[in-house]
Design a protein around this ligand. Structure first.
Ligand SMILES: Cc1ncc(COP(=O)(O)O)c(C=O)c1O
Length: 465
């Protein structure tokens, strides 16, 4: 019997999951044969999603987990907009343009009118587009000079985000990783010359590093590239992966010359859904000057009406996040962003000093650049021999706090760290509660007589039937 046969009074008086004729168990890996009433399907899906961790206590992610009611309202009102339908939704297209122009100005493009940019689904897509522009420009120049253009390479720190490894893998570019070390925890220009040659399509600098929240000194990297150009005649452009820092440094470190003030910086990306303070997924990439984006990468499509240029990996994409980004720019303005990011940095530094006060930990990121705290155990407390940071993550998870533990990247992989990302919405109150939980759990682990049992609890939400 389907719900259509259900006698009306029963449907109204029976609890949701015991309505006659309604399925109470749904297949998990195939589309059910029968339809469900919207409220039943809603409840099932809602309850499944509710089994996730609590976003507010998710200290693992850089991505926005809180927006105000007006933003949510706009989100619902614009959820039906497809960003690619620019001829049909010219206002959304105009809003997109306003946003990247605002970013070009924020990042000091010498002439924001001649810069060019686009929204993307996130920084990963933005980085792919910036990398493709590097590759195509290099290929075009090599071909024009009658030189071999078959072996491009990209130079970056070994602590890059995985999107750059993907870029190299997907687009046949040799990745050249400059190893991070305890002495050089970020790419800082030292030894760069050993990695750059005539096949280098570009260098990536990171503001700030995903693992630790540290900023790479873009000006020092640019100076090293200037030196390479002077001594070896190889001119290599810089891209700044400012996935997080692009919306932090302009407000909190306005004197830091990491952006288009540095003439070697060709392009910059940021994640609107990180410190841009918009729900996922929205990213941005801006080229300082339109000439830096080869025109043969831009497609013109006419089948939606008009003659629309597009440079993107996907075709259809939500327009709502672009609208939300514009809302945030207007809503907060320079002053609001400064105040929100300053608060996040202060809360991060508050957490960093709370961690230091526990003793036995050393900080790799103290929240003074990205509002991110990254720490390792320093081996000075004998009571720390029976447990690992992975155990601490498990203990914190039992209390609802999600804090990842992971090894540092290649070359420092023996160092295991824990990272706390502070975002808008993590108040000092919540941070105090977190520090209380952290202290309790560290004390518990330090009180153990023997090793922590290693058996991992089964955290699978939907075990196979
Ligand atoms: C430095 C850096 N680049 C790129 C990315 C990828 O960003 P997205 O998640 O927006 O694709 C991240 C994400 O954490 C990042 O930290």
């Amino acid at each position: 019997m389907s719900h259509n046969d259900t006698p009306e009074p029963y449907a109204q008086i029976n609890p949701l999951f015991s309505r006659p004729g309604e399925a109470s168990v749904y297949p998990r890996y195939e589309i059910p044969q029968e339809s469900a009433l919207p409220e039943t399907a809603y409840q099932i899906v809602h309850d499944a999603a509710a089994l996730d961790g609590d976003a507010r206590r998710n200290l693992a992610t850089f991505v926005t987990t809180w927006m105000d009611d007006e933003a949510r309202h706009l989100y619902v009102q614009t959820a039906d907009k497809n960003m690619i339908d620019k001829d049909e939704y010219p206002s959304t297209a105009e809003i997109e343009k306003r946003c990247w122009r605002m970013l070009a100005k924020l990042w000091h493009a010498p002439d924001a009118q001649s810069s060019i940019g686009t929204s993307t689904i996130g920084s990963s897509e933005a980085c792919m587009l910036a990398g493709l522009a590097f590759k195509r420009r290099w290929q075009n120049a090599r071909k024009a000079a009658g030189l071999d253009a078959s072996r491009p390479n990209l130079v970056m720190s070994s602590a890059v985000q995985v999107c750059w490894e993907k870029f190299c893998n997907y687009w046949d570019v040799e990745p050249r990783f400059v190893p991070v070390s305890e002495e050089h925890p970020v790419l800082d220009g030292a030894g760069l010359s050993d990695y750059v040659d005539e096949n280098t399509i570009g260098v990536v600098a990171i503001l700030g590093v995903t693992y630790t929240g540290r900023f790479e000194p873009v000006e020092a990297i640019a100076a090293a590239l200037d030196e390479i150009e002077e001594s070896r005649g190889i001119s290599v452009p810089l891209h700044v992966d400012a996935a997080s820092g692009g919306m932090v440094a302009p407000f909190l470190d306005p004197e830091l010359g990491w952006d288009f003030r540095c003439s070697r910086v060709a392009s910059i990306n940021t994640s609107g859904h990180k410190y841009g303070l918009v729900y996922p997924g929205i990213g941005w990439v801006v080229w300082c000057d339109a000439s830096l984006l080869p025109s043969d990468l831009i497609f013109k499509v006419s089948y939606l009406g008009g003659d629309m240029p597009t440079f993107a990996l996907n075709f259809s994409r939500p327009g709502a996040q672009v609208v939300l980004q514009y809302y945030m720019f207007l809503r907060l303005g320079m002053k609001g962003y400064t105040s929100v990011q300053r608060t996040s940095r202060e809360v991060a530094q508050f957490i960093a000093s709370g961690v230091s006060a526990l003793g036995g930990f050393s900080l790799l990121g103290d929240g003074s650049e990205l509002p991110v705290v990254c720490f390792r155990r320093d081996g000075t407390n004998p009571a720390d021999k029976n447990w690992t940071l992975y155990d601490l993550s498990d203990r914190l998870r039992m209390r609802g706090w999600l804090v990842p533990t992971y090894p540092m990247p290649q070359d420092l992989e023996d160092i295991v760290v824990q990272r706390i990302v502070v975002r808008n919405g993590l108040s000092k109150d919540l941070a105090t509660a977190f520090l209380g939980a952290l202290r309790d759990e560290v004390e518990f682990l330090r009180s153990l007589d023997g090793p922590m049992p290693r058996e991992k609890p089964d955290t699978t939400v939907f075990p196979h039937l």
